[in-house]
Design a protein around this ligand. Structure first.
Ligand SMILES: Nc1ncnc2c1ncn2[C@@H]1O[C@H](COP(=O)(O)OP(=O)(O)OP(=O)(O)O)[C@@H](O)[C@H]1O
Ligand SMILES: [Mg+2]
Length: 377
């Protein structure tokens, strides 16, 4: 079993321009860690440094407490599937997958078994005699994945390995990757742009922005308790709704005011342990699933509010209908059961679950929380 430690790692491709800043990650043995973040935030750079393909400008990388910061790639026993997967163009699919095993001097029959096993799993077993140029992009990507999977390295690095697959195959491969991880228990670092992939596969997710880790946590922590506005807006699809509000006080304590389409006020209380003051401007974050059709059995719960909202547009997804409406003149998305029949131009009674409301400080973007020392990342 293999743990991977990234200690204060920085990268400067050019003098004065920092691509990665003080990255610290303790990847546990057998852990499935996912890196997400916008294009250009440094995900591939970090992966390439772990693989030994890019110089580390500062800090250390340890594999099982062994310093590999400057070790050549071949000495690391790490298999990587690159974002721009380069296959050997003159070799067949079979040989592309077998190559790593051949140079490790595996017996021929074992290679045959392994290539067949991997090819079957990736649904490319009918393509083994073809050359890469005779494959679609998605097929090539699966061959690149097969090449890494046929080895039994200490660590797998996957840089957007499923990005070129169609939606259905992508979901199937996602399941295969998860099964593979459950079976082998190999440590995996995986980059994706796909929220669902990140949420479904990861033991922990690291959310990056501009070369800095914004938050490291379980998918549930990242989703339910984002550290800041960036993480809150980056994770979740459709994105969290953000509504500017001002803190007020009544005899029950602090609250912020929301209003429905008819101007009816809904006073959303702030938890007493949040460090807010009267008159303070905040951003209220509410995920689409916190705005639903009225569920009568939940209306008696504290923190649920009913209002009447004018529907501006609907986007049926099947299981629910994403519905655009306005709260405090801000456009927000609600997640409504199709049976409630939301229709553009019609008014609809909806329920807000304010127990899911998060509050953010607008200038720093930080989430208000009871004890700031609990911050992760
Ligand atoms: N070899 C290089 N020389 C100089 N700058 C580079 C080099 N490789 C990457 N960069 C820059 O470093 C930054 C991070 O790039 P990187 O490829 O790590 O981003 P990424 O998070 O993987 O993005 P994407 O999601 O688009 O793949 C970018 O601004 C990129 O332009
Ligand atoms: Mg990349």
């Amino acid at each position: 079993m293999t743990s991977l430690s990234i200690c204060n790692v920085g990268k400067q491709y050019h003098k004065g321009a920092t691509t990665l800043e003080n990255i610290n990650l303790e990847i546990r043995s057998g852990e499935f860690l996912i890196l997400v973040g916008p294009s250009g935030c440094g995900k591939s750079t970090l992966m390439n440094m772990i693989a030994g393909l890019e110089e580390v400008s500062s800090g250390q990388i340890l594999l099982n407490d062994h310093d590999i910061t400057h070790a050549p790639p071949a000495a690391r026993d790490i298999a990587m599937v690159f974002q721009s997967y380069a296959l050997y163009p003159n070799m067949s699919v079979y040989d592309n997958i077998a190559f790593g095993l051949q140079i490790r001097k595996w017996p021929k029959s074992d290679i045959e078994t392994e290539v067949q096993r991997v090819a079957k799993m990736l649904q490319i077993d009918h393509l083994l005699s073809r050359k890469p140029a005779q494959l679609s992009g998605g097929q090539q990507q699966r061959v690149a994945m097969g090449r890494a999977l046929a080895r039994r390295p200490k660590v797998y690095l996957f840089d957007e390995p499923l990005s070129n697959l169609d939606a259905k195959l992508r979901v199937e491969m996602r399941t295969e990757v998860k099964k593979l991880h459950q079976r082998l228990g190999t440590t995996i670092v995986y980059v994706t742009h796909d929220q669902i992939e990140a949420m479904t596969l990861a033991d922990r997710i690291a959310v990056m922005k501009d070369g800095v880790i914004q938050q490291l946590g379980t998918p549930q922590e990242i989703y339910q308790s984002p550290n800041n506005l960036f993480v809150a807006s980056f994770i979740g699809s459709p994105a969290m709704n953000f509504i500017p509000v001002t803190v007020e006080r009544n005899d029950q304590g602090l609250f912020v005011q929301l209003s429905d389409s008819g101007g009816q006020r809904l006073n959303v209380p702030l938890r007493a342990d949040l460090p807010a003051t009267v008159g303070q401007e905040l951003i209220l974050g509410l995920r689409p699933e916190a705005i639903t059709e009225v569920q009568p059995h939940r209306l008696s719960q504290a923190d649920t509010f009913q209002g009447q909202f004018m529907v501006e547009m609907t986007e049926p997804t099947g299981p629910d209908t994403l519905t655009l409406l306005r709260i405090n003149q801000r456009e927000v998305t609600a997640r409504i059961a199709p049976q409630a029949n939301p229709q553009a131009g019609h008014s609809l009674a909806l329920m807000l679950d304010a127990s899911q409301a998060l509050f953010f400080e607008p200038s720093s973007g930080e989430r208000l929380r009871a004890s700031p020392q609990q911050r992760i990342a």
